[in-house]
Design a binder for this molecule. Structure first.
Ligand code: 6R9
Length: 646
């Protein structure tokens, strides 16, 4: 199945920005002469003071730094909003589709300009200054976009926290970046159910005494408590501030945002992106990968709490003057036709979603899709995890009526934008493969000792050199930045993913090679879930691994050892699952929890996760070498318990 080749449709090769010959030419130039290439393409954004230096990068431990366009100045909000007002003021910037299908809204570039300036003045009124970190904990409503752009406008650094995260997770992220300002809403709504964002914020702030101001956007009108002297209603302050707010002149390397993401160890890392390189890269990839043409209606179903929402709902599309659709709801509400109804309602041309959503919809059969027209669709995209060929083919055949190419885009929070993906007018497709690198990106596969592997092979996926959208540091912990990405394989960026390259030079991402899980396209560190479990008073020890899950891609499998004298029971299992939900958020809930009287450890005390993964996968045939275990007997116990779990 995976050998199938789907050729570029002839009309695509003709009409797209890039056909195969052009791809080869541009790619070769970008690798041979990165400075010349990016000097040219950096001009796609408007600079206040043009750059003269293009690139200054070192991956050495002593001197790790990544700088692009470093002497240029610009403003990201100006590029996403103001510069479009003159020629496209009446064109739609954002189409907002509510959770309730009868509610929607369109916001033109002129209107966006007004909203963002007012929001920026509200921030200033609350004391926000250039360089301050502002935490945004919002539902998918236009005000989330206004808030992010308003930060960019005045040079504040936003840190968006996904609305599905718990109060504890929110508090940790507020504390880590010393954020003294929070923007939230009374409630969010998803699938008809309210999400108590303000209440969660109040709980979080019990442990964040430094927060001075909470700006609350009224959305559902649900009851909330406002703390005197700390909390303000957005609409009340907005009514008394000026409607004009100039853009702050920012250096290309001034921070634009922080976004927390899970790693294999410790607490989530604050991935820091800066202004110039990020914007150039997000906008360029958005234009070429989606072959975005003026007038196209573009819909990315991600949440702004994830990097996909930052780069491909907000910054990339708006920098390109596009119409971007923002969806508050979920694909299965009111029913599993919702995505396609929204496509028909708003004439969506480009649709970008995650494999987990595709698999969930595929399970509902073809009928919910086929009863809609989807005639407007031209291109489909996938992101977040490997897409299995079966889901790819269903997406292609049933959703796209075999007419729409699929761009399977591989990238990460750290990369800022897409690194490996087909270009729809240039690349023949193979279901399940992210295909070829974007301009300026040179993938290298290395073995565990760091030796580069050539030709058709499999290995650890590294990138040889920098690209403008690359993260610049881990907020507040530059040492961790080096250790996580540059220490394992010297002189290269290591992605943490495994990858195969085939005879045609196509890349097939095989998933994480570290202790990071990918659950429904969301990254979860096993260490984070383990530390949540051991924080429970009855738990002595926990080990978490992933296992194959039909819809989620990976499910969360937890092995738990109780403290002396504690009795395992089904009630306690439920309690522990609830506990993790509360500590981190619903996305971290273990799918399966197994009692483990002991965990397989080496004599030096290291948990042998390889064995735990096999047992979780229900595959006991090939447990490998267990001779180094301190107590080989625990493995038999675990296998017995696994079989009881079914
Ligand atoms: C954009 C985003 C990054 C991790 C990444 C990889 C997985 C993302 C993928 C993919 C296979 C794709 N991943 N896209 N795997 N094919 N097209 O998802 O960022 O949340 O940081 O996750 O997701 O494992 O390392 P992020």
């Amino acid at each position: 199945m995976s050998d199938q080749l789907i050729k570029v449709p002839a009309d695509w090769a003709k009409s797209a920005y890039v056909d195969d010959a052009k791809y080869t030419e541009m790619y070769e130039q970008s690798i041979k002469d990165p400075v010349g290439f990016w000097a040219e393409h950096g001009k796609r954004v408007d600079w206040i003071k043009p750059y003269t230096k293009v690139k200054d990068v070192s991956y050495n431990q002593r001197d790790l730094h990544i700088r692009w366009f470093e002497d240029g100045t610009l403003n990201a909000c100006y590029n996403c909003v103001d510069r479009h007002v003159k020629d496209k003021g009446d064109e739609v910037a954002i189409i907002w589709e509510g959770d309730d299908p009868s509610v929607d809204q369109t916001i033109t570039y002129t209107q966006l300009h007004h909203h963002v300036q007012r929001f920026a003045n509200v921030l200033k009124d609350q004391g926000v200054k250039k360089g301050d970190r502002v935490t945004i904990y919002m539902p998918m409503i236009p005000e989330a976009a206004y808030a992010m752009l308003a930060c960019a406008r005045i040079g504040a650094v936003h840190s968006v926290v996904f609305g599905g995260f718990s109060p504890d997770a929110l508090a940790g992220r507020i504390q880590d970046c010393d954020s003294r300002f929070v923007i939230t809403s009374d409630e969010g709504v998803r699938g008809g159910r309210p999400i108590p964002l303000k209440e969660n914020t109040d709980d979080a702030l019990d442990s964040c005494p430094d927060v001075e101001s909470v700006i609350v956007v009224e959305h559902t009108g649900g009851a909330v408590t406002m703390k005197e002297g700390r909390d303000v209603w957005y609409h009340e302050v907005a009514g008394r501030v000026d409607h004009e707010c100039p853009c702050e002149e920012m250096n290309a390397e001034d921070p634009l945002f922080i976004l927390y993401t899970s790693g294999s160890t410790g607490k989530p890392k604050g991935v820091l992106h800066t202004t110039g390189g990020y914007l150039v890269y997000a906008s360029m990839t958005h234009q070429y990968v989606f072959d975005y043409k003026p007038g196209d209606i573009y819909w990315c179903t991600a949440d702004v709490g994830w990097v996909t929402g930052h780069s491909y709902i907000l910054y990339g599309p708006l920098a390109n003057g596009a119409t971007t659709l923002m969806f508050e709801g979920v694909p299965t509400y009111p029913d599993s036709s919702r995505c396609w109804q929204v496509c028909d309602k708003h004439n969506v041309n480009i649709f970008y979603t995650a494999p987990t959503a595709i698999r969930a919809l595929m399970r509902e059969g073809d009928e919910p899709v086929k009863k809609t027209s989807r005639k407007s669709l031209r291109l489909l995209g996938s992101v977040g995890e490997p897409i299995n060929p079966e889901a790819w083919l269903w997406y292609h055949k049933v959703v796209g009526d075999e007419r729409c190419p699929i761009v399977d885009t591989w990238w990460q929070t750290e990369t800022g934008g897409i690194l490996i993906s087909p270009l729809p007018g240039a690349t023949d497709l193979k279901p399940g493969s992210a295909t070829r690198p974007f301009f300026g990106v040179e993938p290298v596969l290395v073995d565990n000792d760091g030796h580069p592997l050539h030709g058709a092979t499999s290995g650890n996926l590294c990138i040889a050199d920098s690209w403008p959208g690359q993260m610049r540091t881990v907020y507040g912990d530059h040492k961790r930045f080096f250790e996580t990405y540059f220490s394992q394989f010297k002189g290269k960026y290591f992605s943490g993913d495994g990858c195969r390259r085939d005879e045609d030079g196509y890349y097939w991402i095989t998933g994480r090679v570290d202790d990071v899980l990918n659950v429904s396209g969301h990254r979860m560190g096993t260490a984070e879930i383990e530390s949540a479990l051991v924080a429970h008073e009855k738990v002595a020890e926990a080990a978490v691994v992933g296992y194959p899950h039909d819809i989620k891609g990976q499910g969360i499998y937890a092995y738990v050892t109780l403290k002396q004298g504690q009795d395992p029971s089904d009630d306690l299992k439920k309690e522990l699952v609830q506990w993790v939900r509360k500590e981190i958020g619903p996305i971290a809930s273990p799918d399966l929890l197994q009692w483990a009287p002991g965990l397989p450890k080496t004599r030096s005390g290291k948990i042998m996760r390889r064995i735990l993964r096999k047992i979780a996968e229900d595959d006991f045939s090939n447990l490998g070498d267990t001779s180094t275990l301190a107590d080989p007997g625990v493995v038999d116990d675990l296998i017995d318990n696994r079989q009881n779990l079914g």
